[in-house]
Design a binder for this molecule. Sequence first.
Ligand code: HBI
Ligand code: FE
Length: 293
Amino acid sequence: MSKPERVTGNPTGFGNPDNFMTYIVNQGWNNYTTAEHDVWRSLFNRQREIIKGRACREFLEGLEALNIDENQIPNFEDTSKLLKQKTGWEVVAVEGLIPDLPFFKMLSERKFPAGNFIRTREQIDYIEEPDIFHDVFGHVPLLANPIFADYMEAYGKGGLRALEFGTVKNLARLYWYTVEFGLINTAEGVRIFGAGILSSPGETIFALESPSPNRIGFDLKRTMQTNYRVDDYQQTYMVIDSFEDLFKQTYADFAPIYGELKNESVEYSPEDLAKQDQIFTKGTQEYAKIKNT
Ligand code: HBI
Ligand code: FE
């Protein structure tokens, strides 16, 4: 049997950058095949075990509270109903990566764009584009947390201003090192909150337990000065104190910081340590060194 075409029902034409709504498509939930639901179940069950004792409490609470189904691909309508009651966020379907402007606009209106497709069994350990497992399992649980929910909206609004300032590169680093690959210091020890880590079994273990990467205290300006790698495990992870502190550090107007970044023009490589860094782990970088030889 061939895979049915996804019904996207997009009346206004895909991808008009002036109207972010045109990037939103129907999830097409009825079109998922048994094989696709099976991939979801495999990913979910494997990851649920690995994140025990590694994901932060707020993430685990969100996963529970949103009733995210282990057996089949979640229907965004059901997830959004619960999420809206908690924090006013909803999950909307997109076909993949979308441009920065509509992405930021959606976040600023508490709409989280999630890919409506799932990786194949061959791609189970690695996929480049954010699929439904990365987006829903990785990102959505924390949107049920009121403080993180505010942070994500503020990030979207900050993104719209960054487009005007020409500083999207700096702001994208903030997203990368927090929303995607962030760690958090808790009374029980360092835990994970980044979606890029929590949707990857290999990186969930690497990020907390490998001696290879640096782990340093989160600092807004330092983060905005730090390049990142998209093709492999991170060489440095930033550790926040709490979601309250992250929100406080990022709620301010970034205009003065953008000015400083421009004047100083300091850039760090992904593996660099700086004098002022609060070091949790000074990484050996052995993993990256072996990979690069
Ligand atoms: N689109 N669907 C989707 N998901 C993302 O995470 C995403 C995007 N477009 C742009 C983008 N992320 C980033 O480049 C911004 O954070 C800067
Ligand atoms: Fe992501």
